[in-house]
Design a protein around this ligand. Structure first.
Ligand SMILES: Cc1cc2nc3c(=O)[nH]c(=O)nc-3n(C[C@H](O)[C@H](O)[C@H](O)COP(=O)(O)O)c2cc1C
Length: 182
């Protein structure tokens, strides 16, 4: 489907599911989004940058621009998938030490809808900091797809076996449900 001109930022973090983010990009493009992929610096080792740039027609961005470089087009909506333990906790705390986190830090205040689809194992999920982060993000209006029928944590050490079942489709569905979709 041709892009209607609205821009979806897909923020990809350094978890195994990142290698399949092209699936989410394709689904979003089918819905009419222009897609900009943002990777955390650590995620750059998990993704096929050239293939994603071909797919989106835009450079994958992972670092802040230089002050004299032009601003990229603003996001109309943001999906974070896969979202790591690290990035979820830092987003909730308001840290901005990656470009991805800088975008996320401002998004709720700018009224940009944000959907977070975690990819964490049960050991990460058992930690109080993650539970608090999810509660705090939800209280700020961020959609976090964590729990029964959404992303459900897998046993530690089994992430590679979960990749085919990672529910990419739920992220776009959630965006449409909360009114941020096209
Ligand atoms: C092979 C590999 C797989 C990983 N899988 C996960 C994962 O599924 N979930 C997670 O939260 N962290 C995972 N990590 C750890 C993160 O990559 C690490 O915490 C990193 O600092 C996250 O950076 P980011 O949040 O900026 O992307 C993995 C690391 C490696 C090397």
């Amino acid at each position: 489907m041709r892009s209607l001109g609205r821009t979806l930022y897909i923020i990809v973090c350094a978890a195994g599911a990142a290698r399949d983010v092209s699936r989410l990009v394709g689904h979003a493009q089918d819905e009419g989004w222009a897609v900009q992929v943002i990777a955390t610096p650590a995620a750059m080792d998990f993704i096929d940058v050239v293939a994603l740039e071909d797919q989106t027609g835009r450079p994958v961005r992972s670092r802040y621009r230089k002050p004299n470089e032009p601003r990229p087009p603003r996001a109309d909506a943001i999906i974070v998938a896969p979202a790591t333990f690290n990035t979820i906790n830092k987003f909730a705390q308001g840290m901005t030490d990656t470009y991805a986190l800088g975008l996320l830090a401002e998004a709720p205040g700018l009224g940009i809808p944000v959907v977070v689809l975690p990819f964490v194992n049960s050991a990460f999920a058992a930690r109080a900091p993650l539970r608090h982060s999810i509660d705090n993000l939800r209280a700020e209006g961020v959609t976090v797809l964590f729990g029964p029928g959404q992303f459900e944590p897998h046993p530690a050490g089994t992430g590679a076996e979960q990749l085919k079942d990672y529910p990419w489709h739920l992220a776009l569905k959630a965006l449409n449900t909360r009114g941020g979709g096209l």
